[in-house]
Every structure is written in C-alpha cells, then in structure tokens.
Write a protein that binds this ligand. Structure first.
Ligand SMILES: *Cc1c(COP(=O)(O)O)cnc(C)c1O
Length: 462
C-alpha cells in the first residue's frame, strides 16, 4: 500500500517534470489485472489480454505541446506520424512512423460546418466508406511491418456482421505474410456488404457460415482456444478492441480539433455515434494526452446501457435490439472496461466529461429528412443519430459557448436504402462501392461448427 502510494507520487512528479516525455507508453496492461502486461507488438498480435481483459496504456503521455502545435495547415498524415512517433518511440523512429502513416492513410478525414455551432468530421473517405478504415488500415500496416523479417505467415481470423469485415478485407488485401479469413453469417449481411467481403480474393478468404453472427463469433473464439490450430498456425485477430485499431482513432480527434481551433473561440465538444464505444474511448485517450476537449456526447440508439449508466449509476448489459443504425446495436459494449479505467471507475468523474443521449429510430429518420430537405445534406443513420444528439446537447447548453464536432461514421451511400426511405431521395454510391457490385462473389460455404473451420484452416494454411 505504502509502496504503491510512494510509487504513484514519484510517477506523478516524474510526469510533472516531463521525464516521461519521449518515453511514450512502451507498456500496456490488462483492464482486469494490472500485473498482466504487454508491449505494443504483443498487444497487437494478441488482441485480447490472456485474462480476457483489454490492453490499456500504462502511462498517459503528455502530448499537449505536440497537439497544440498543430493547426489547420497540419495534414492528417503529419498528425498521425507525429503522434505515432511520440507514443511508440520503441517501435517507430520518426521516419518509420512517417512511412507507416503515408502507407496507411492515403485517405483523410474532412471537417465540414453543418450549422452555426455544429461541425461534421467526415470519416468515410476510406476504402470501405466507414470510420473503421482508419483503425483497420493502421493495424494492417503495423502488422505487416512487424512481420517483416519473421519467417512464416500470420492468419487473421475475424467474424463480422458486415462493417468490420469490409474494412478489414480492404485494409489487409495484398499485405505481405498475412492471410485473412472472414466469417460472416450467410444471408444476414447486406448485398453490398457481402460483395465488399467476398470480391477481393488473393490473401482474403470469405467463409459463408450457415448460422448467425453469434455462431461466427463462437467459432472464432473456439478456434483461438484449439490446441491443434495453435500448434500449427499463427492465428491472430483484428477486431475492434485491438490497440492497433484504437490508437489511430485518436488521430482524427486531434485533426478535427486542430482544424477548428482558430476558426472560432469556443469550447469544443465531440459527439460520437457509439456501439462498442471504441471510437469514444479513442477520443477520451486523445483528451487525456492533452487535447483540450471540453466534453463528449455519447450518442446511442435504443441500445442505451451507457447513457443509462450515466443517468442512474447502474450498468446493466443486455441483449441488443435491432435498430436502423445497426452498427451501433450493441448490448454489452466491450470498451466500457477501458472507459472505467480512464475515470478510475468514478461515476461523477465520467459524468463531468461525458453526456449520454439515446436516440430513437424515429428521431434518427426525422433528422435525416430535416438535414436533406433544409440544407441538402445526406446523413447516414449512424451519423444522423449523432447529429440529433448534438442538437439536443446544444439546446440544453448555454447558447453560443460551445461548438460540437459530430463524427460522421459512415457514408450515406453505404446505407442508401434507409437514407432514401427517410429523405425521399437516393444518395450517390461512391465509385469504390458501386464497382464491387459488379465483381463476382468468391466465398466458401461452411457448416456452423469448429470442426468445419478447423478443416478449412488446416487444408489451406499448413
Ligand atoms: C462500428 C460503427 C459504429 C460504432 O462504433 P463503436 O466504436 O463500436 O462505438 C458507428 N457507426 C458506424 C457506421 C460503424 O460502422
């Protein structure tokens, strides 16, 4: 106890004197047990900590000076590479970090003003047209770099209900020494999503599982625990709890802040359409590292366990319900553990920084219609839920004081049918999405069992 207290004091003093500067956080620990530690490389290849917890940075580096030096002239790549080099100096020199971010980010976010006090940070200009491209692309390039020089190949197994798989497939396509196997539930992803998963070929294989998304997830979990597979293959995951996906999501908050800071002298809030809460967690990390955000709005659909927790203090996970913003249909958000870690499980602290707002499908559809009819702006259902929550938040706040940046998580064309239904008009489908519709589907139908997955993996990768 006493030693721990003294250690904390020394650590605190060291931080005040900047001794941690440049050291970055070499180490990560499990949210379930602070003694379970890993390097960045280990955390990237293991995904989940061995005790089932999530890896979390051990020290919070002070990057305030770096962050405040950025402005509207700073490119996204510049911000990404500077922060990478500061955070992970043991893994990346400045020039490695620059090369990594140049490869990972041939696309960039865009900040657009949509009303007097609201901005949209569009995160859908990447290959799969959703924000998950940022995390997936960084992770893919980090893994490729780490595997260079190792002999042997890594096999990435991932289960998807649609969006994650398409970002992962695009990001890992043609990466050296990596094979990707995506499991998706037959007949339960949209036709466009299915094409995004199944048309790459090469090192990307799509398994069409005769079962539900939960079956796909169970098969992947069982495969990781299977001794024969573990002995013969280097299996790894690419799901959204992986640190290699979380860290790059901090970069676009810093980018959005830097774009806005000279435009208006106002407090900056971020509103995040949330499901598993990875995106919001990344925003909180950016703030802890020194980005001067005043607060966050956690926008959910009817799956509102986090807003409910902020309201009542009771955290009650439950099975998800279906809504029109289906990438946010999560009943037990895995990143809640990281949020608890950030606030030391202190409800009042969390409340002082995060406002939770749950949005119904009806409010979401109304928002899509309103923005289209009034201003000619198409919003996808996820982003629309965020925009609605931002308006609610501003309506409750002191007028004129704050600006809200809502994260635009998906391109409206990606959810074209729902958008047309709400607005009466069809948004354009970006060329990179319409192109895949004409390509032939290449998938392998597999039975819903570990045995079927094991047979497939052993026959293709050993
Ligand atoms: C994944 C996803 C979300 C939810 O993000 P989390 O990090 O899981 O909270 C929101 N919108 C879209 C379009 C998504 O694909």
């Amino acid at each position: 106890m006493i030693f721990a207290a003294i250690f904390r004091m020394i650590e605190h003093a060291a931080r005040l004197h900047g001794l941690n500067r440049g050291r970055g956080f070499m180490n990560f620990f499990s949210t379930r047990n602070a003694d379970v530690k890993a390097s960045f490389r280990e955390a990237v290849f293991h995904g989940l900590a061995p005790d089932g917890g999530l890896f979390h940075p051990e020290v919070e580096p002070d990057l305030r000076n770096d962050i405040l030096a950025f402005d509207e002239e700073s490119s996204f790549q510049d911000i990404a590479s500077r922060i990478t080099a500061r955070l992970l100096p043991e893994d990346f020199s400045e020039s490695d970090a620059a090369a990594l971010c140049e490869r990972a980010f041939p696309f960039s976010p865009a900040l657009k003003q949509i009303s007097e006090d609201m901005y949209l940070l569009e995160l859908f200009h990447g290959p799969s047209c959703a924000f998950k491209d940022f995390g997936a692309s960084y992770l893919a390039n980090v893994m490729e770099l780490f595997l260079e020089g190792d002999d042997g190949r890594a096999v990435i197994l991932t289960a998807t209900s649609g969006d994650t798989g398409s970002a992962v497939a695009g990001a890992f396509y043609e990466k050296k020494n990596i094979d990707v196997v995506i499991l998706y539930p037959s007949g339960r992803v949209s036709p466009l999503q299915e094409k995004q998963l199944t048309t790459h070929g090469g090192n990307i294989s799509a398994l069409e599982v005769q079962g539900s998304f939960d079956d796909c997830q169970r098969m992947v979990k069982e495969a990781f625990l299977d001794p024969e597979l573990a002995g013969r293959l280097r299996l790894t995951s690419a799901n959204s709890i992986n640190l290699g996906r979380l860290i790059p999501q901090t970069f676009y908050y810093i980018y959005g802040f830097s774009q806005l800071k000279h435009r208006v002298p106002a407090e900056v809030f971020f509103c995040v359409p949330s499901g598993n809460f990875g995106n919001l967690t990344a925003g909180l990390l950016a703030w802890r590292w020194g980005m001067p955000a005043t607060g966050f709005v956690a926008a959910t659909n009817r799956n509102d366990v986090v807003p409910e927790y902020l309201d009542t203090g009771v955290y009650q996970p439950r099975p998800s319900v279906r809504t029109m913003s289906n990438a946010m249909d999560v009943g037990n958000p895995s990143n809640f553990e990281r949020m608890q870690q950030i606030f030391g499980s202190d409800l009042m602290d969390m409340r002082s920084m995060i406002t939770g707002i749950a949005v119904s499908d009806e409010e979401t559809a109304r928002t899509m219609k309103h923005y289209y009819v009034d201003r000619g702006i198409f919003l996808d259902p996820h982003t629309a839920a965020g925009v609605y929550a931002s308006r609610q938040f501003l309506a409750r706040s002191f007028p004129g004081v704050g600006r809200v940046i809502t994260l635009g998580t998906a391109h409206p064309g990606k959810f074209g049918e729902l958008v047309s239904e709400a607005t009466g008009c069809a948004p354009d489908l970006p060329e990179r999405l319409s192109r895949v519709l004409d390509l032939p589907k290449k998938s392998t139908v597999v039975e819903n069992s570990l045995e079927a997955l094991r047979t497939y993996l052993l026959s293709h990768y050993t």
